[in-house]
Design a protein around this ligand. Structure first.
Ligand code: SAM
Length: 219
């Protein structure tokens, strides 16, 4: 009953503060038709990305792991007309869907999708840096290296947000039998907690409050 009540409250918050527009609904539909996994962020998380982008007046945003462009649309809508979102995506099949969804949402002019392994693409972004906001949501084992790059590609005041940093509480302490994804998330949480240039908090903000964002601000 408690869970039901929480979901009802969350539905109301989403409807009032984070309604999906046609572009977002279209991206979800295109993902479904393309057989892509439904593992995108939720609307409240999308709106939270926009709130953070507005807080530091983001003009350049980097996304690592884009899937079907759902989070990318939330991010790109937070940009001014001359702003830029660069999305890195491993799967060419996903990239096609993302580009079409960005175009359908009217965001083709301020978005760019680069296809490949993020670790190979990140060194090529140094000329475009600093990014004001960096959203990490690709393979979890890679998170510690993505953090290193995110800091390198940022400026004081940049915000680095990573999804899936709660995982039912399994990613706060190391355990001997953890898999590579869990180990990556444990390390990411530890690095962001201890890094002298970051102020960090983790928010359990998915639909069941069992997963959510790690939010770090670069000092
Ligand atoms: N951010 C998306 C959203 O909320 O709409 C969801 C991203 S989904 C959880 C993870 C995506 O990261 C997948 O599309 C996957 O292909 C991509 N990915 C996985 N490993 C990657 C890598 N090494 N480099 C770039 N993208 C990667």
């Amino acid at each position: 009953q408690q869970t039901q009540k929480r979901h009802a409250i969350e539905d109301e918050i989403a409807q009032l503060f984070a309604p999906e527009d046609d572009g977002l609904r279209h991206a979800l539909q295109a993902a479904k038709e393309g057989g892509l996994p439904e593992i995108q962020i939720n609307p409240i998380q999308g709106k939270l990305l926009q709130v953070f982008a507005a807080a530091n007046q983001s003009r350049k945003i980097l996304e690592i792991g884009s899937l079907a462009g759902y989070s990318g649309i939330w991010l790109a809508r937070a940009l001014p007309a001359d702003g830029r979102l660069i999305s890195l995506e491993l799967e060419p099949r996903h990239a096609e869907v993302i580009r079409a969804s960005f175009a359908h949402a009217g965001l083709a002019d301020r978005t760019e999708v680069r296809v490949g392994n993020a670790l190979d693409l990140l060194p090529g972004l140094q000329a475009a840096a600093p990014f004001d906001l960096i959203f990490i949501d690709a393979d979890k084992a890679g998170y510690p290296q993505y953090l290193e790059w995110a800091i390198k590609l940022s400026r004081p005041g940049s915000i680095i947000i990573a999804d899936n940093c709660v995982r039912d509480g399994r990613v706060f302490t190391a355990s001997p039998d953890m898999d590579a994804d869990t180990a990556g998330l444990v390390k990411y949480n530890q690095l962001t907690r201890e890094h002298p240039r970051l102020t960090t908090i983790v928010l359990a903000n998915d639909n069941d409050y069992t997963d959510g964002f790690n939010v770090a601000v670069v000092k």
